[in-house]
Design a protein around this ligand. Sequence first.
Ligand code: HEC
Length: 257
Amino acid sequence: MTIFFIKSLLSLMLLLGACLSMYTMFEIFGRGPSAASAGNFKKLHKASGYIYVLLFVLVSYLCIGFMTASKAELSSRAALHVVIAWSLIVLFIVKVLFVRVYRQFYGHARTIGIVMGVMSFVLVGITSGHYLVVSGFGKDRSVDKSAYYELRGPLLRVVGTGIPASSVIRTDRQSIGRGRTLFLSRCATCHDPLTTNTIVGPGLKGLLKNPALPVSKHPATAESLRFQLRQPMGRMPSFAYLTEDEMSDLIAYLNTL
Ligand code: HEC
């Protein structure tokens, strides 16, 4: 399971929490003075509030962990996500203050509750929802930027995966020679090494000199190439049967294009 997948599942639970909070709030305030069991709903509302906060903290922790580990520039979707998340935190604090301290504003707390509920849906929809839909509920890992990272250690620290040695690119002539032979026998039917023209797959000239891979736009690194060979995107066959050594040779050759 990748970080994005775990995060998305937690986010769905967070949405359930938001739904429960809204529902209990409606039951408490929406039915007028005759509502008999408001006490129970209040307890339930409090409980769902705690669950919401707990999940929010957990998901935020994964988000921040991934951001610091990947050091990636935020996409516009992720930036919007951050803005909404921060707004939710502020709204939540204001709401608690209205309920506990500034009781004159008590009535506004309900409106804030509804706004928070709606914002939660937007928040989860634009990222987790989007991710789950485009990845076929986590099946297609090529759209998953977090596939390069995994959780390690008791404090859920996110660390980049891949043995560091695998990201070192060989530059000796023997390796490049072996890689070239491999390329000609396994890859050249679909990839032109001398241009960027498409045969079946894209031409690979300058592959590792560009910042990003041509199709997936993953960073052009040895790690991304290994990932593509093992779990290729699109119609490219998998080369997971190659040994680590053969992959290193292949990458040594690709590095010269
Ligand atoms: C049967 C044809 C075929 C063979 C053989 C093949 N590829 Fe591909 N390759 C593709 C296609 C098609 C794509 C583009 C994927 C897409 O458009 O969904 C691709 C994409 C790529 C990419 C770009 C990936 C990205 O993330 O943008 C690289 C790099 C690559 N191939 C390297 C190789 C290497 C190295 C070999 C040999 C070990 C190889 N391919 C063998 C068809 C092939």
